[in-house]
Design a protein around this ligand. Structure first.
Ligand code: AMP
Length: 516
């Protein structure tokens, strides 16, 4: 029986009720803010009650959406728990979105209330019946409204299967879709991760991720919330700050960029991490070189895991056992992972690269008001087609080869970018690389590599590198061109935006038109 099965059998029926039953030491610290404000578990619960009352005052009820575009604050985080207690659906939005972009989400989700930073209130006014404000110090019209609200709140009667959050996918291609996550999706993942990563009341997690994305909003926060540990809550990631916090912390959850920055900092030593027990990475691929470099310098093997907005966490390298660089580990308890033929959907033999599909209590309910998309990506037997390509080895470890849409098809052959990137990254002077397919008159797509060089390696030998690769790779896999750039375009979660690279180099192989 999994930890989640036990919770379901216990009769607890929704996310807030689970939080309440796990709150064994209400006076223990849950959050230490970087603004000098600390919150015990009880403080946090009472704060969520006041917020729930304030939202109810604005007629937010069961099933209503509450759109939230705010900087990072404890109130901003507690808004999720408040919504869950109301039975409302929390809809976080990236703070970088412009008012025009927000309009799309608001049009799609039809929230009854928008909560935004005071500076944006003017631009968003009129998009919903009501707009309240909240700044990253916990000020604004919502904060003012809280002062007159009682902290006790009678939670709505909701079930595991009821919606709790609507998270829009990052949408690097096409329109972003709203993934509806239930109380059960979020609770099952948090309960599973507490066990899998051995979280407990002594844990102190450095929380430097944004709270509009599932990683910082749910993975990091809910795991600690259900374990009785505490968060060192930072409004942004600052490498000096994180280095200074290490002696007080036990764990860090970050995107790969956190780790490359830490690795480049002279303050990262064996001594500085003496108090730490676990470093976790996800949301984008961690370079095997970073994994190795980090272990050499600190003695800690970073634990890499794989998740998505639609599913929360699916696989993880083991807490006890081999953490393999370049892999995302084994399926978490209660979650099934399979690799299938992207066209026929048939299961593939072990070791073959194909579409990664996942099934379990973590898999979202569906895309918001989009039955067609939901049906296209959720199979009748409950597996979700992730859109990521990968393979499973003899020990059950999953390796991701890239997004399906990043697959390069050249002259009829499939080229998996990661395989080529791993070869290129071994050349001296290369920091990292991104392999893309670019329109090619003859081949359909031409394999193209974009590389970032170490400082001091500005003069690089493109043809030398190409001939080096010819010795190691089948001819069709060798890039036609290798282009050096100062850095790769990344989004806020550290994901390389290959669609931007494809756009930038779209004309690379097009024949130049003859002058008339
Ligand atoms: P998001 O929905 O923004 O969380 O993005 C999910 C996507 O991030 C996945 O479908 C993967 O393509 C990618 N991703 C997440 N974790 C990893 C990882 N550890 N390694 C490689 N890609 C990852």
């Amino acid at each position: 029986m999994t930890a989640w099965d036990e919770v379901k059998n216990s009769g607890v029926g929704n996310f807030p009720a689970l939080v309440r039953t796990r709150m064994l030491a209400p006076n223990a610290t849950f959050i230490r803010g970087d603004d000098g404000r600390d919150f015990t578990y009880e403080d946090y619960w009472l704060l969520s009650g006041r917020i729930a009352n304030a939202l109810a005052h604005h007629s937010v009820g069961v099933g209503d959406r509450v759109a939230v575009q705010v900087g990072k604050s404890v109130e901003g985080l507690a808004l999720f728990l408040a919504c869950a207690r109301l039975g409302a659906i929390f809809l976080p939005l990236n703070t970088a979105y412009t008012a025009a972009e927000v309009e799309y989400f608001v049009g799609d989700a039809e929230p009854s209330l928008i909560i935004c930073e005071p500076a944006k209130a003017g631009a968003l006014a009129g998009m919903a019946k009501k707009v309240l404000t909240l700044d990253d110090q916990g000020g604004g019209s919502l904060a003012e409204a809280l002062q007159s609200q009682p902290s006790s709140f009678a939670d709505a009667k909701t079930d595991w299967d009821d919606g709790a959050a609507l998270l829009y996918t990052s949408g690097t291609t096409g329109k972003s879709k709203g993934a509806l996550l239930t109380h059960g999706n979020l609770a099952s993942n948090a309960v599973t991760l507490v066990e899998a990563w051995n979280f407990g009341p002594k844990d102190v997690l450095i929380h430097a991720l944004p709270i509009y994305h599932t990683h910082g909003l749910f993975t990091a926060t809910n795991t600690v919330l259900l374990s009785g540990g505490s968060l060192l809550f930072r409004r942004k990631f600052d490498v000096d700050d994180v280095i200074a916090l290490l002696p007080r912390a036990t764990s860090l959850m970050g995107v790969p960029t956190f780790y490359t920055r830490l690795l480049g900092h002279e303050g990262l030593t064996r001594d500085s991490v003496k108090h730490m027990r676990l470093f976790i990475s996800g949301s984008a691929p961690l370079l095997a070189e970073t994994h190795r470099g980090f272990e050499e310098k600190t003695g800690h093997a970073i634990l890499e895991r794989f998740g998505m907005t639609e599913t929360s966490m699916n696989t993880s390298n083991p807490y006890r056992g081999a953490r393999r660089a370049g892999t995302v580990g084994l399926p978490l308890p209660g979650i099934d992972v399979r690799v299938t033929d992207p066209v026929s959907g048939a299961s593939l033999p072990q070791g073959d690269i194909g579409m990664i599909e996942v099934r379990g209590p973590n898999v979202f309910k569906g895309y918001w008001r989009n039955a067609e998309k939901t049906a296209a990506e959720l199979r009748p037997d409950g597996f979700f087609i992730t859109g990521d390509l990968g393979s499973i080895d003899g020990q059950g470890y999953l390796t991701i080869s890239g997004r399906g849409k990043d697959l390069v098809i050249t002259g009829g052959f499939n080229v998996y970018p990661k395989e080529i990137e791993m070869e290129i990254d071994q050349f001296p002077g290369v920091v990292e690389s991104a392999v893309i397919g670019v329109p090619h008159a003859d081949l359909g797509e031409g394999v193209t590599a974009i590389v970032v060089l170490k400082a001091g390696h500005s003069a690089f030998d493109e043809s030398g590198m190409i001939s080096g690769l010819q010795k190691r790779l089948a001819k069709f896999k060798v890039p036609k061109r290798i282009i050096a750039v100062p850095e790769l375009p990344r989004n806020a979660m550290g994901k390389v935006q290959k669609s931007l690279l494809r756009q930038a180099y779209a004309e690379l192989y097009m024949l130049k038109r003859r002058p008339v």
